[in-house]
Each structure stands twice: as structure tokens, then as C-alpha cells.
Design a protein around this ligand. Structure first.
Ligand SMILES: [Zn+2]
Length: 574
């Protein structure tokens, strides 16, 4: 590709809405453009990277005998109603109607559609196991689309579905995918961790997430430095400290706490630690009001809460002022578990039951209650664990201290069991002619998000630093002065030779200052730069690997060897 012809609308300024490095750099490097919130166009350089990642995914899927096909993004509501997810998916689903008023959605995922195809065509045990995948555009109407390609409303995903005769087969397919995913993300150059995940809207039993590490990642994970335990914070549990506070239950006391509402203010006012408070959080769940008591120094895990309540996540909302006033009889900030309105359902984290003489809201504006005790002063439905794990909690497997880290989910694998095959009646006849339900798995890779996750790990102040495996082009030849015939000639010769060897090359033949050319090359992150300058007539070029300080003056022949070296270093074939 000649730079003079390349459509690469780079930006000098960092767009103000972009927070993450990947978002800023994809926009600045002219790789994507926003159409509307959470929906992007992939421009030529960006789309080349997408295709690179897709091809890595494709090769590794084919290696485990998964077969590629392509399904429609438009899906009829009937199938979703059969699986029960038409409601469960809630406002995240893009819905539409055709001219005959038939309901459809833009597929957020494809379990129903794959199951539908298979149930009509696969009848015998001899046709199983089966593994199918597609690389396709998905739609989710995110509440807060943000971070560029990281959380979009339209995105490119690889989704694979496996169909097996029994649970054992499903597990085998699961671990095969696991291995394939490890290869995919390794080839993309990512530093990642595999962690237990919550199955959320997919249902089923076991699931794992592949998290590309990043300090500013959206997903928080807990992991054990001693054993292999690792999970997203939504899923993570910790070994329970069954420590019960000892001591006498003191007489409870109503304390005037004018306008003192937050835990921080209360800590200061009472002059005791945050672990001596119990927070009461009020939620609206459909038509029900639910109050939740947890220790003052901990955070609630909403995913654990919706599981206990048995509702989809979008139906849980923090109560507004009116509901809080009605439920507690007090202004916001003074809710407590005592004397709540009768109809309020009260859930209590089990740790609260082991605390002694703590402070709670009095359900009376400007008052708290000191020396409250569970059992004596209030009772609720005790729930084993409602808390988010935090650094310092103990590993549930080995009791070592857990650590926290952050990253972005780039892949997930689910054991679905018979959730969809049962609902949609996907059965086969076994060796004895008996009808059996299929066991399924569902396995996703966020292709566009992987591109963003790679940039999060590979960039510096000047721009992107692509690994060779996914770079839009491998080499950029920068001709310093296009008015010098010998420079143009050498640049053209190298361009031809590299192209003929299958190396993907950009020739920067623009009539621009050298500084501009170097800046652009760095911004778009081409891994290897060959600069043709003053010593062109001696067949000498400058060789630079993006992200490294070393600048070598070498012959064009040596430059070829160096390129070969770089490919080999990154495990690629020249
Ligand atoms: Zn451990």
C-alpha cells in the first residue's frame, strides 16, 4: 500500500469523549469513526486488524474441528419466547417489527438460532458431537456504551456452539475450546488470565472468562497467588471468617445524628471503625421493595443478590427517594433494618449476624441506633454471602490471601447443559433408539474488543505498538525526501521485494516532512520501520523496531534478515 493513496484520517487532537488509550488511539490513528454512541465504522487500517484477529480465531477454531457458517443477525421473537429470554434479556435487546407486525430482535447472541437449526436436522447419535461457529455482528443496547470498541452496542464476535450426546461430551468440548482460546489470545500477544465467571444471561453451569489484563480494565478479578483460584469479582467467593464477636449485648441507644448519612461521616461522628456499622440498602425489584443489610465496610455483590431473588439483573434498581421514604419513614441516609414497612423484604448477609453492638440507621430522619444486635433487635432472611470479595479476603480453596486485579473480558466459554435443548426440544435417538436431550456449550470471542484489549497492552505516548501477528501492515518504508530520485528508487525496490515475499508493506511516498511521516508511522503502530534517507545511494537504510530505541544503519540485505528475525522472535513464519 502506498501511503499517498491510503485512507487514514489521523487526528492531532485527542477526542474529548475518549478515556481509554485504545479508544483515543483508534480514533487518532484513523482506524475507527463513531457513527452514533456505541456504534463505529471500521476504517481501512482498523478493519485490517479486525481481519487479522478474525483469521487467528478462524484458524484455531478450524483446528479443533469447529465448522464456520453464518447466521442472520435478525432473529424472530418466537424462538426467544420458547427459551424464556425474550423477557430476561430486557432493555439490552434491540427489538423491531416487520411490516406485518411480527416481532424480531437484532441478535445479541445466537443460542436459540443454532439450537433451532440443529433440532430440525440432527436426529441420530451418529451425527454428534457437532461444533459450529460464526464470526458475525452482534447487537446489545448497552445502558452506557463507552470506551470505544470495549463496550459497544454493535460489535464483532465469534460465537461457537457445541452439541453433544451427554455431559461428558459437553465437558470435553469445553476444554477443547479452552485450549483453543489460550492459543488465540497468545497469538494475539495478550497477557491474559482465565477466571471463573458468572453465567448471567446465558444460564447453564460452569463458565470461564478470558481476561486481558489492564490496569484500567472494566472487569475486576480476584485471584490466589498460591493456588489456581481466580474468578471475576461478581463470581468470586472467599473462605468465610467464622469469627464471631464476643462480649455482652449492650443496651441499644437512639442517637441524634443530624445530617450525618455516609459511612465516612458516621465513622467520624461515632469515632469507631467502619466495621462497626451495618448498611441498609433499599432496592426496587419489579413491584417489591427489598432491603439488604451488609457490614458497613463491605460492598454488596448485586449479581449474588439477583441470583437469590431469582430475577434478571435489569429488574434490580436502587430505590428512589419516594420509595425509601415510604419504606423507612425517614429521609434518605437513615435506613435501618428495624421497623421497616411490613411489606419490605429484608435480606441479611450472614456476617451481620456475627457482629455485636453495631450502629444502624433508625428509620427516623437524623437518628441512628447504637448497640444494635441481630436477633434481639431485628430479624431477616439470612443469606450466606452477599458481598463482593476484596483484597485481603481469604482464598476459598487454600485460605491464602486473595489479590485483586483488573482486565477486559475478551472471551468466554459456557457449559449450557440442556437449558436450550430442553426448552427448544433438541433431541436425538441414542444407540437403543431412545430419545435423548442434547448437551450444549456456547463459546464467544469478542473480536472487536480483542483489538481494543491489544492496544491497551501495546502502546506508548506516541501511539500503538502492534504485535506483528495482528498489525495492519508489518513494515513501513519511510522515504525521507521524495524529491531525491535515489531515495525513491531504493524505497520502490524494497517495497517490491518485500511485497513479493508476502510481507505486508506501506511505502510512505508522501511529499511530507520526515517528522510528520515518523509521527504517523508511530501513531498507527507499524512494528518495523525502514527509513530510506541520505545514504540511499550507498544502499544503507535505518532499521527501527516500533517501541524500541535502537536505530540500526544497515544495508537493505541486512534489513531483510532483521525482518526475518523479528518474525521468528514473535513466533511467525517469514
Ligand atoms: Zn488459593
Amino acid at each position: 500500500m502506498r501511503m499517498s493513496k491510503l485512507y487514514m484520517p489521523t487526528l492531532r487532537e485527542v477526542p474529548s469523549e475518549a478515556e481509554l488509550p485504545s479508544h483515543k488511539l483508534l480514533l487518532r490513528a484513523g482506524m475507527i469513526r463513531k457513527l452514533v454512541s456505541g456504534i463505529y465504522s471500521y476504517l481501512p487500517l482498523g478493519y485490517r486488524v479486525i481481519r487479522k484477529v478474525e483469521n487467528i480465531v478462524r484458524e484455531e477454531m478450524n483446528n479443533v474441528d469447529s465448522q464456520e457458517l453464518l447466521m442472520s443477525a435478525i432473529q424472530p421473537s418466537e424462538l426467544w419466547k420458547q427459551s424464556g429470554r425474550w423477557q430476561d434479556f430486557g432493555p439490552e435487546m434491540f427489538r423491531l417489527r416487520d411490516r406485518n407486525d411480527r416481532e424480531f430482535c437484532l441478535g445479541p447472541t445466537h443460542e436459540e438460532i443454532f439450537t433451532d437449526i440443529i433440532r430440525h436436522e440432527v436426529k441420530s447419535y451418529k451425527q454428534l458431537p457437532l461444533s459450529l461457529y460464526q464470526i458475525q455482528t452482534k447487537y446489545r443496547d448497552e445502558k452506557r456504551p463507552r470506551f470505544g470498541l470495549m463496550r459497544c452496542r454493535e460489535f464483532i464476535m465469534k460465537d461457537a456452539y457445541t452439541f453433544d450426546r451427554d455431559e461428558e461430551g459437553m465437558e470435553r468440548a469445553y476444554f477443547e475450546m479452552w485450549k483453543a482460546y489460550e492459543k488465540i489470545f497468545t497469538r494475539c500477544g495478550l497477557d491474559f488470565k482465565v477466571v471463573e465467571g458468572d453465567s448471567g444471561a446465558m444460564g447453564g453451569s460452569d463458565s470461564h472468562e478470558f481476561i486481558a489484563m489492564s490496569e484500567v480494565g472494566e472487569t475486576q478479578i480476584a485471584y490466589c497467588p498460591k493456588c489456581d483460584y481466580a474468578a471475576t469479582d461478581e463470581k468470586a467467593v472467599c473462605s468465610y471468617d467464622i469469627h464471631e464477636e464476643i462480649g455482652e449485648e449492650l443496651e441499644k441507644e437512639r442517637v441524634h445524628t443530624p445530617s450525618i448519612k455516609t459511612i465516612d461521616n458516621l465513622v467520624e461522628f461515632f469515632d469507631i471503625g467502619p466495621d462497626k456499622f451495618v448498611k441498609t440498602l433499599i432496592f426496587k425489584v419489579k413491584d417489591e421493595v427489598v432491603a439488604v443489610c451488609i457490614p458497613g465496610n463491605r460492598e454488596l455483590n448485586e449479581v449474588k443478590l439477583v441470583k437469590i431473588l431469582g430475577v434478571p439483573e435489569h429488574e434490580l434498581e436502587l430505590a428512589d427517594e419516594t420509595i425509601i421514604k415510604e419504606a423507612t419513614g425517614a429521609n434518605v441516609g437513615f435506613a435501618g433494618p428495624m421497623a421497616l414497612r411490613e411489606k419490605v423484604r429484608l435480606l441479611v448477609d450472614s456476617r451481620v449476624t456475627r457482629m455485636k453492638n453495631f450502629v444502624i440507621g433508625a428509620n427516623e430522619t437524623d437518628y441512628h441506633i447504637k448497640n444494635a444486635n441481630y436477633g434481639r433487635d431485628f430479624k431477616g432472611e439470612v443469606v450466606e454471602d452477599l458481598l463482593l470479595v476484596q483484597e485481603g479476603d481469604k482464598c476459598p480453596k487454600c485460605d491464602s490471601i486473595l489479590k485483586m486485579d483488573r482486565g477486559n473480558e475478551v472471551g468466554n466459554i459456557f457449559q449450557l447443559g440442556t437449558k436450550y435443548s430442553q426448552a427448544l426440544n433438541a433431541t436425538y435417538l441414542d444407540e437403543n433408539g431412545k430419545e435423548q436431550i442434547m448437551f450444549m456449550g456456547s463459546h464467544g470471542v469478542g473480536v472487536s474488543r480483542t483489538v481494543a484489549a491489544i492496544i491497551e497492552q501495546y502502546h506508548d505516548d506516541n501511539g500503538i505498538i502492534w504485535p506483528l501477528s495482528v498489525a495492519p501492515y508489518h513494515v513501513i518504508i519511510t522515504v525521507v525526501n521524495t524529491k531525491k530520485e535515489e531515495q525513491i528508487q531504493l524505497g520502490e525496490r524494497l517495497y517490491k521485494e518485500l511485497n513479493s515475499r508476502g510481507i505486508e508493506v506501506i511505502l510512505d511516498d508522501r511529499n511530507e516532512r520526515a517528522g510528520v511521516k515518523f509521527k504517523d508511522a508511530e501513531l498507527i503502530g507499524i512494528p518495523i520501520r525502514i527509513t530510506v534517507g541520505k545514504k540511499a545511494n550507498e544502499d544503507t537504510v535505518e532499521f527501527v523496531v516500533r517501541g524500541k530505541d535502537e536505530r540500526l544503519e544497515i544495508s537493505s540485505k541486512e534489513a531483510f534478515d532483521k525482518i526475518k528475525n523479528e518474525f521468528e522472535k514473535q513466533g511467525l513464519i517469514f
